[in-house]
Design a protein around this ligand. Structure first.
Ligand code: BG6
Length: 491
């Protein structure tokens, strides 16, 4: 076993304050991650988790919290151990109130001091912002007025802010100014949870610590690259958020660009956080797409996994004439020599035929698609190489076969969710897997022109692979979308 760096150790007490504690993100991601940290006994002796929200009473919140850990969740599939649950619950507090009022912040500050004086935590505070962006100006104004932004004696105060930040370059800049008017840069953790995914982090080790493939990931050998991120579920109760955001800004501006960055960036010049982030940013700044090479789609009613589902326009809190995209596909180019004339094709969407996220490096070969290196981000995580093999027999018949590494074979117990890692990083003050404002701005620089000169929306059945136009986009170039191998790391 080669240990390059030690895992995080955060044995200092702290309080973790969740704004939006009754929201979807807390339910889906934050509580399951906190539970996993508790189950692994990685919390310090003294800590407090304070969920704030105005939707529930204390009793209702308690049921909501328990439900978040025990109901179906694709990132949290294991059962709950009652001791770990009780332990976590004994450190959880619910602070109800209206976060549009200054009094809420002042009362919260007093409440945190009270908990502190009862010995539950120290002067270290991490805030998590799981709220709609439209409310940020109110939140930041009140956080500043109430003094919640200030570090306490001998402690730290930090804030984690979910993506997307802003709606375009101009608003992202305005928001960043507001953040920096309230907190210092060292206090701000801009969160894109894909940066916390083990499978994304491993792309760097796969590329830069092995040296076998890195020389092949080059214009001389590659025909093109593909990223597919279809999801087989809809927008759930997030209609309001989705109507303001759409697929390109929800996952394209952030998760997809981070996958592209890690898959194609240059080796960082050194081992520091700064140099790694630098490489990601340089790559994003070197990427461009033409608005005509973008397809925007929206799902209509259909069938997913054998179940009938409604179309996007009939979802809760969605305008019946909405033009918001739930699907997008684009072709982009790199400006630097390494991938000169190697396009990258991307497709992502909701309520599609399957849930899978993967990066495919498609090599030049007699028949394009014979040799493909696949990094499977989720589910059935792993890395696979498609190669042609002679089928045993007298005649020479070639069959596509797969060489694969599957996480579940080597590390059956050791996988963990992105939020678990990112929360631990933020508790420990480690910044590598968070975005800088320059990075967020570079992401918007790529997205903005595509939104400003938007191509019209196209429609596709729920449960399909997206609109015909997305197929035209790649087929016009004499290439095809790669269908994910159903058998990949299944067993
Ligand atoms: C979130 C988006 O950031 O990422 C969701 O808001 C999307 O719409 C989710 O479904 C995907 O994350 P994951 O980790 O499930 O791939």
């Amino acid at each position: 076993m080669i240990v390059i760096t030690q895992q995080n150790v955060f044995n200092v007490p702290f309080s973790f304050i969740i704004f939006g504690g009754s929201g979807d993100n807390s339910y889906q991601k934050i509580y399951p991650a906190l539970y996993d940290i508790a189950e692994k006994k990685m919390f310090p002796e003294n800590f407090a988790i304070i969920a704030t929200g105005r939707r529930y009473s204390e009793e209702e919140f308690s049921a909501f919290f328990q439900h978040s850990l025990t109901s179906d969740n694709r990132h949290h599939k294991h059962s709950i151990d009652s001791d770990s649950f009780k332990f976590l619950k004994s450190h959880m507090y619910f602070f109800p109130g209206d976060n549009t009022k200054l009094s809420f912040y002042k009362d919260l500050d007093r409440y945190l001091d009270k908990l502190g004086s009862e010995g539950f935590h120290s002067n270290n505070r991490l805030f998590y912002l799981g709220l709609p962006q439209s409310i940020y100006p109110t939140v930041f104004k009140n956080v500043k007025k109430s003094g919640l932004n200030k570090s306490r004696l001998g402690g730290w105060t930090r804030i984690m802010i979910e993506k997307p930040i802003g709606y375009d370059v101009a608003s992202a800049r305005r928001y960043d100014k507001m953040f920096l008017d309230t907190f210092s840069e060292e206090q701000i953790f801009r969160l894109d949870h894909y940066l916390g995914k083990e499978t994304l982090e491993n792309i760097l080790s796969f590329r830069f610590d092995n040296n076998i493939f890195e020389n092949l990931l080059h214009a001389g050998y590659l025909d093109h690259i593909q990223i597919s991120a279809p999801e087989n579920f809809g927008i759930g109760k997030r209609g309001k958020f989705y109507e303001e955001t759409g697929a390109l800004k929800d996952v394209g501006q952030n998760h997809i660009l981070q996958m592209i960055a890690l898959a194609t960036m240059e080796r960082p010049r050194g081992d520091t956080d700064k140099e790694l982030v630098r490489s990601r940013i340089d790559l994003i700044k070197n990427l461009s797409a033409k608005p005509a090479d973008v397809v925007f789609g929206q799902y209509t009613d259909g069938e997913v996994d054998g179940k009938k589902v409604v179309g996007y326009r009939d979802e809760e809190s969605v305008d019946p004439d909405s033009e918001v995209e739930t699907f997008f596909a684009f072709k982009a180019h790199f400006k630097h020599d390494r991938f000169k004339n190697v396009p990258i094709y991307v497709r992502a969407g909701k309520q599609m035929t399957t849930w899978v996220t993967e990066i495919n490096y498609v090599f030049k070969s007699h028949n394009i698609g014979d040799n493909v290196l696949t990094i499977r981000i989720q589910p059935n995580e792993g890395v696979g190489l498609k190669i042609l093999t002679k089928k045993p027999g007298y005649a020479k018949v070639l069959e596509p076969t797969l060489m694969q590494f599957c996480y579940k074979h080597y590390f059956p117990e050791e996988t963990f969710d992105a939020y678990e890692k990112l929360l631990q990083d933020a508790f420990a003050g480690k910044r590598t897997s968070f975005n800088t404002s320059e990075e967020v701005e570079a992401e918007w620089q790529f997205i903005d022109p595509l939104v400003k000169n938007r191509t019209p929306i196209t429609f596709h059945k729920a449960g399909s692979w997206g609109p015909k136009e997305a197929f035209d986009l790649i087929e016009y170039d004499g290439r095809n979308w790669i269908e994910p191998y159903a058998a990949f790391c299944q067993i």
